[in-house]
Ligand binder design. Sequence first.
Ligand code: HEC
Length: 255
Amino acid sequence: MPTTTHSINLSSQGTALKALFTGYLTIVAIGYLMALVQIQFTHGMADGEMGLSIDDIVYSYYGKRSGSTLESKLNGSMKVMAPEHDRLKIINWVHKGANQQVFTESGVRQIFDKNCISCHSPDSGMQIPDFTEFENIAAKAETDTGVSFSALARISHIHLFGIAFIFMFVGLIFSLASGIPKVLKSVVIVMPYIFLFIDIASWWLTKLNPNFAYLVIIGGGAMALSFAFMWIVSIYEMWIMPRIHEDNRDALLDE
Ligand code: HEC
């Protein structure tokens, strides 16, 4: 039997390991796409228009500091729900501090009862705030300051742990690719970690200052780019390269 040298690179591994790597990479890629779809739903609609924009990011993290949800809805999709006079009366009440006593005494409650609670009550079966309870109205009358710090802390740590884990394995598989110059390879492998940090740091920065919203896009985009690069190179070296030529370089020795 001729002796064959077995090099450590993606191309010359057995089918079982390639199948394992490919299965993992495929599911992670689908997961990535799902995450992008979910972003469209959670943040994409924040400015009332489909598609993710800088405004969406500002509204999600920094909030619409110019006013409350109640006011912006009364100037937006809820504008038609009450006559002009009543609508302005609610907005005026919000501007004056949304006081509960004034709410009852000056007739704002009647406006809600007459125009809003047909939909905004548990009886309607709609998944919208229940305006038969004053607290729910008061909550919507507060200035919108975006995501809360506690929610930010929660989503930050989940993303840091989860995404670091994903890039550990994607990077490990990609580190077995041969023929990629070692500097480029190292850069592509650490890039997701750097940009993950920038991305998450920029959520916090955007909460404090809306100008950082661009950094969210840059961080997320650079992370996606390095993911795509590692994914394509790994799949190529496992399944296409072996058909073209034999590979006996050792990927772990930077060959
Ligand atoms: C015909 C049913 C209907 C009536 C009447 C109605 N709403 Fe709404 N409202 C909705 C629906 C559906 C949504 C969710 C979609 C949206 O935000 O546009 C909503 C959303 C809202 C929201 C945003 C809630 C959130 O958590 O984002 C506010 C605030 C609001 N309505 C205020 C009002 C006020 C004030 C009135 C009365 C002047 C009113 N609505 C009357 C159906 C209604």
